[in-house]
Design a protein around this ligand. Structure first.
Ligand code: B12
Length: 288
């Protein structure tokens, strides 16, 4: 290698610019700041994508899949799997390198704003400061029948090794199940004087999860006086972090949420030592 090329290679390694890869020639496991995917060798940019095209499975469809991958920046694009999905569609998996870089210095991280508590600490906080059971109502709304997510949070058997909210002695949980109509949810929340309403939305076709969440929030705000609206929480795998305010809810939980996180959050949001929060008043002083 000439002295000029060696110098240029060292400059790139030590001081990469956007468009240059810091890890490509390095064996250090220290990442970034500019990174690209890893397949066989560090920084080779290899990715695998899958998608479905509205074409019957034939040579033309396979060519279209390769073109699609190339248009996404994969060059060369290797078709590794193609399978007919009925007579009119084909599912593809394509593998190949991309040239895009990510500058990890630009990533904004939303930190958890509450402390994780054990179930014992959650129960103690509710008993000591709320001095009554914390009441939770949960449901899947709209036409959504995917109950596994909300059950993972609410059912006693729980999720990821953590017991669900039903396990917490100081919580009363009403799980209304699937396809609950918004007026019925509002009515149930009123009836049981819910502190928090937990709604699951898994289906996102035609942005159903966003429309349903906005409609649910609007219905609660119409039905309850200001300051008396139960704490509104939605969860599901495809909600965007940071979009709670835009959707009119208090908190969003995404993929991989555990019941312990939700229980800890409920204490953080609804159980205050000073007992000044509207939802933390004793039952006799609450007007529903
Ligand atoms: C199981 C399943 C079903 C089961 C549901 C059974 C049941 N009782 O729930 C059945 C077979 C009924 C079903 C039906 C359908 N399904 Co389906 N289904 C799935 C599947 C395979 C798994 C979902 C699941 O259980 N995940 C496990 C749970 C634990 O994860 P989760 O839901 O994300 O929940 C976690 C978090 O998101 C969060 N969370 C979720 N909700 C809440 C709520 C709160 C308050 C909080 C705090 C947290 C929280 O906490 C949970 C634990 O971490 C997914 C594909 C997949 N692999 O994800 C498709 C999937 C969700 N289904 C899909 C579709 C399209 C359908 C159907 C429309 C298919 C059809 N044409 O009939 C129907 C719709 C039925 C209906 N009316 O809703 C699509 C949705 C696509 C989209 N973009 O909307 C998926 C993604 C499959 C796919 N790739 O196409 N489905």
């Amino acid at each position: 290698m000439s002295a000029v090329r060696a110098h240029e290679a060292r400059r790139r390694r030590e001081n990469p610019e956007p468009g240059e890869l810091s890890l490509a020639e390095s064996s250090t496991p220290e990442p970034g700041p500019l990174i690209r995917p890893y397949g066989d060798t560090t920084g080779d940019g290899m990715v695998q994508v899958s998608f479905t095209l509205p074409l019957p499975h034939d040579k033309r469809a396979e060519g279209a899949a390769v073109r699609m991958a190339q248009a996404m920046g994969m060059d060369p694009a290797l078709l590794v799997h193609a399978k007919a999905m009925g007579p009119h569609f084909t599912f593809f998996v394509v593998y190949g390198p991309v040239r895009h870089l990510v500058d990890i210095r630009e990533i904004e991280i939303v930190e958890r704003e509450f402390e994780l508590l054990s179930s014992k600490e959650v129960n103690q906080a509710i008993r000591k400061h709320l001095r009554r059971k914390l009441v939770v109502v949960g449901a899947c709304i709209g036409t959504d029948a995917h109950t596994v997510g909300i059950d993972a949070i609410l059912n006693i058997k729980g999720f990821a090794g953590e017991k669900g909210l039903e396990y917490y002695r100081e919580m009363t949980v009403h799980n209304l199940g699937a396809q609950v109509l918004i007026p019925d949810l509002v009515e149930s929340a009123r009836e049981v004087r819910a502190d928090a309403v937990l709604v699951s939305q898994v289906v996102t076709q035609r942005e159903a999860h966003l429309h349903n969440t906005r409609a649910m929030s609007a219905a609660f705000r119409e039905a309850f006086p200001a300051g008396r609206v139960p704490h509104l929480i939605v969860g599901g795998p495809r909600f965007e972090e940071g979009s709670a305010a835009d959707l009119g809810v208090d908190r969003i939980f995404g993929r991989g949420t555990t019941p312990g996180e939700v229980a800890s959050y409920l204490v953080h949001a609804l159980v205050r030592p000073t007992d000044t929060h509207p939802h933390t008043r004793s039952r006799s002083s609450r007007s529903a």
